[in-house]
Design a binder for this molecule. Structure first.
Ligand code: ZN
Length: 81
């Protein structure tokens, strides 16, 4: 982990039905582009990258900097601290 980078606990919600999808440890305050799998603290989905309530896909499987991640599809989620 890089020094001097603050970690924020974010809740990631479905934009359509407001279901909670992830609790996520995010580095810094920039917009959420991806969620590294090993930083997801609580996963409320079926791990299929779809909202468990309304079934909308909100992310794609990706490998970013060699780490498995959910790449967020822009506009499908919103976050709260
Ligand atoms: Zn939903």
């Amino acid at each position: 982990m890089k020094k001097g980078v603050r970690i924020y606990i974010m809740k990631v919600y479905c934009r359509y039905c407001k279901s909670l999808l992830y609790k996520y440890q995010k580095e810094g305050l920039g917009s959420l582009i991806k969620c590294y799998k090993d930083r997801i603290i609580e996963d409320y989905t079926q791990k299929d990258l779809k909202c468990p309530k309304c079934g909308k896909q909100f992310a794609r499987e990706a490998t970013i900097h060699g780490r498995p991640a959910s790449k967020i599809i822009q506009g499908k989620v919103y976050v709260k601290k």
